[in-house]
Ligand binder design. Structure first.
Ligand code: GLN
Length: 474
């Protein structure tokens, strides 16, 4: 067990000499070793982490430290770290080493965080169960016969199993929030553009976001604060002022919560529904105004998401040709065959399915019927949220219709798997922030999660309400 409940306690303990940072890192390394069966990490940076721990411990003692000094962080293996491997859990990037560091990771390092390793995920972040990884499945720490969710399954499992303090994941359609829900931790997807994507391997560039997993809201807020802000290396990053998220968590204003009927229809497990209903009751008892709202285009989210993201993926993944990065098939007769064979052998099944779907929806005869139409529906979904946020600051929904499912349970039916994302993809279509809050366990002891959504760039209200729920309701 960790002797602290959040980062501020940890740093104080280090400063007062009650906690050795080197011992703390050794503890994490030994837990990673002990829980190797979870398969949460693709790479562990033991030596570097211990060297950093020693150096940063000194800095904390002299007071010349960064804002995350000694926070031990694991990073999803789709984010680049200079001179370290970045595989995206794909055979096609086997043996590829990054030549620069992602801005998000660099910002953590600059504030004296310790990067302990890179976490397993679905190949190129495509999946909802971490069963699409060339490094094998990640197991759910609560029940190892079940999936941790995906695609950031390793990052969620690593925080849940206490293999690090915090981790970074990415969320294109739910890949932070859904695994956070399955593993029982907090996970935040920021507004699109809040955090630089420079150094993140692109899946669907107009949806991709980076965000933190943690065991508590304060740590989520602190890390978000460091990660956010303009970056010249990503033109879609915003220069909007970054609030001091971690310093303003108290609920000091009226925040209304919207409940959309479209998110509580059939298909939700009764235990998930009961858990969320009981939170809503407690919120009412605490004088939080609950407003009924409607998001009428919800039923189109999954179809829209899978048309647009596969289209973007088919273009983004064209660069893996066997010549420029990573894996090259043993084929030397001619160039086109070398490309084809490298891609056929290097990509896994789900990634190939998405490249084919995406190529199809963009093809000359079908562009208008699929891609263009989906772009229009994306706007309608965004309009739904714009309307809703005229009357409420935050929207409350389940994160996933069900709790963690058994390994193999949904692999034979991709549509069934895609439905895991039914409540999360809308936030990416609309570019708005969302968070998973663990609300309790079902009768089998499996974590249940609830999602809060807010308007673009309103992470502050999202975090205030999350902090209130964490401290007053749960
Ligand atoms: N599960 C979704 C998908 O497979 C979301 C992935 C993600 O957010 N990276 O596309």
């Amino acid at each position: 067990m960790l002797p602290y409940k959040n980062y501020s306690e940890k740093r104080l303990q280090i400063k007062e000499g009650k906690l050795s940072l080197v011992e703390n890192v050794k503890f994490f390394l030994s837990e990673i070793e002990k829980k190797k069966n979870l398969n949460a990490f693709n790479f562990v940076f033991s030596d570097d982490a211990l060297i950093d721990a020693k150096r940063i411990e000194e800095k904390i003692k002299t007071g010349e430290h960064g804002k995350l000094a000694g926070l031990v962080i694991a990073v999803k293996d789709v984010l680049s770290i200079k001179d370290k491997p970045t595989t995206c859990s794909s055979k096609i990037l086997k043996d590829f080493n990054s030549i620069y560091t992602a801005t998000a990771v660099q910002r953590l390092i600059d504030e004296d965080a310790i990067i302990i390793g890179k976490t397993n995920c679905d190949e190129f972040a495509m999946g909802s169960s971490n069963e699409n990884s060339a490094f094998g499945n990640v197991l759910n720490p609560t029940d190892i016969t079940r999936v941790p969710g995906g695609s950031s399954g390793g990052s969620a499992a690593a925080v849940a199993a206490q293999l690090c303090d915090v981790s970074l994941g990415t969320d294109t359609g739910g890949s932070i929030r859904q695994p956070a829900s399955f593993c029982g931790v907090y996970g935040l997807k920021p507004t699109y553009g809040r955090i630089s994507r420079f150094g993140l391997t692109a899946f669907a560039s107009s949806f991709d976001t980076i965000g933190p997993f943690a065991t508590n809201v304060e740590d989520v807020a602190l890390v978000l604060e460091i990660l956010s802000g303009k970056d010249e290396l990503d033109s879609t990053s915003t220069d909007k002022v970054v609030p001091k998220f971690s310093k303003n968590l108290t609920l000091d204003k009226k925040i209304r919560i919207g409940i959309a009927k479209e998110y509580f229809g059939k298909g939700i497990s009764p235990e998930v529904k009961d858990s969320i209903d009981s939170i809503i009751e407690k919120l009412k008892e605490n004088n939080i105004e609950i407003v009924k709202i409607s998001l009428p285009h919800t039923e189109y989210t999954i179809a829209t998401y899978y048309i647009l993201t596969t289209a973007e993926a088919s273009s983004n993944l064209a660069r893996y040709d066997g010549a420029r990065y990573g894996y090259r098939a043993a084929q030397d007769s001619n160039l086109p065959d070398m490309y084809k064979q490298s891609r056929s052998e290097g990509f896994g099944k789900e990634v190939k399915r998405r490249i084919m779907l995406g190529t199809y929806v963009l093809s000359a005869g079908y562009y208008d019927a699929y891609y263009r139409k989906a772009q229009k529906v994306r706007r309608l979904i965004k309009d739904d949220f714009d309307n809703a946020f005229k009357n409420v600051e935050v929207i409350l929904t389940p994160t996933s219709p069900f709790t963690a499912f058994k390994i193999g349970e949904k692999t034979s039916d991709p549509i069934e798997m895609y439905l895991s994302d039914i409540f999360t993809t809308s936030a990416n279509l609309a570019g708005i922030p969302g968070i998973n809050i663990p609300t309790g366990k079902n009768s089998e002891g499996l974590p249940i999660g609830m999602q809060l959504l807010a308007n673009q760039f309103n992470e502050m209200d999202l975090l205030k309400m999350s902090y209130f729920i964490e401290n007053k309701i749960l």
